[in-house]
Write a protein that binds this ligand. Structure first.
Ligand SMILES: C[S@@+](CC[C@H](N)C(=O)[O-])C[C@H]1O[C@@H](n2cnc3c(N)ncnc32)[C@H](O)[C@@H]1O
Length: 200
């Protein structure tokens, strides 16, 4: 799933994953305070970044698809909020350090050879006291047809996340089956791993 895959998906009519915020992220609504800095990596067409901006946060939204980034900017304008939308490959991006109150990762699956390295960048980007909120597909997703990468090596287990984020205080980590209702590409029962973790 390279940049051209995402560009062509986002060139389709409508929004691939809808315009509503991801349900797991929205369950933390009360946690976000106006003015807090939030980094949303792999923000796609911007549904999550825009919702966070609506909570009053300063949002840095990064994605390598220029088609997605443009739609994210348009969605923000339609909703009357601003996001700092950056088109960059996270492998090449100069990651800020100790800057964010939250990092949000919703269904962003990195290949095994860069996953742990990029997750270390996530840890560095958090301020002390900052929190990571992540939802990704787990290997059990191969039994479902509700979206996600169709290959085992791109899917994440709770054990992998425990290891990648061992420098953080893990507050929630679970693999579970949920009902997805996120646009036409995330629809039906799905197997996910959910993580909330805090930098001390
Ligand atoms: C399944 S989509 C999820 C989009 C969004 N988080 C959402 O939930 O609506 C995965 C996104 O990750 C982005 N992505 C994957 N690898 C990336 C990388 N190395 N750098 C930047 N973006 C990346 C893709 O462009 C795509 O928009």
């Amino acid at each position: 799933m390279d940049k051209s895959f995402w560009d062509s998906r986002y060139a389709e009519d409508g929004f691939a994953y809808g315009i509503a915020v991801n349900e797991f992220l929205s369950s933390f609504e009360g946690a976000f305070k106006a003015g807090q800095k939030v980094l949303v990596i792999g923000d796609g067409e911007g549904r999550n970044g825009v919702w966070l901006a609506e909570q009053g946060c300063h949002v840095v939204s990064v994605d390598s698809s220029n088609v997605g980034v443009k739609k994210a900017q348009e969605l923000a304008s339609e909703k009357g909020v601003e996001i700092e939308a950056i088109c960059a490959d996270l492998n090449d991006w100069t990651w800020p350090e100790s800057e964010f109150d939250f990092v949000v990762i919703i269904y962003v699956h990195f290949p095994p050879e860069v996953r742990a390295f990029l997750h270390q960048k996530v840890i560095s980007a958090l301020k002390p006291g900052g929190q990571l909120i992540m939802e990704s597909f787990s290997p059990a997703q191969l039994h479902y047809s509700s979206g996600g990468p169709p290959v085992l090596e791109m899917l994440y287990t709770a054990d992998m996340m425990q290891d990648d984020f061992k420098l953080l205080e893990i507050q929630q980590l679970e693999e579970c089956v949920i009902e997805l209702n996120e646009g036409k590409y995330h629809c039906g029962e799905g197997a996910v791993v959910r993580l909330v973790a805090k930098k001390s």
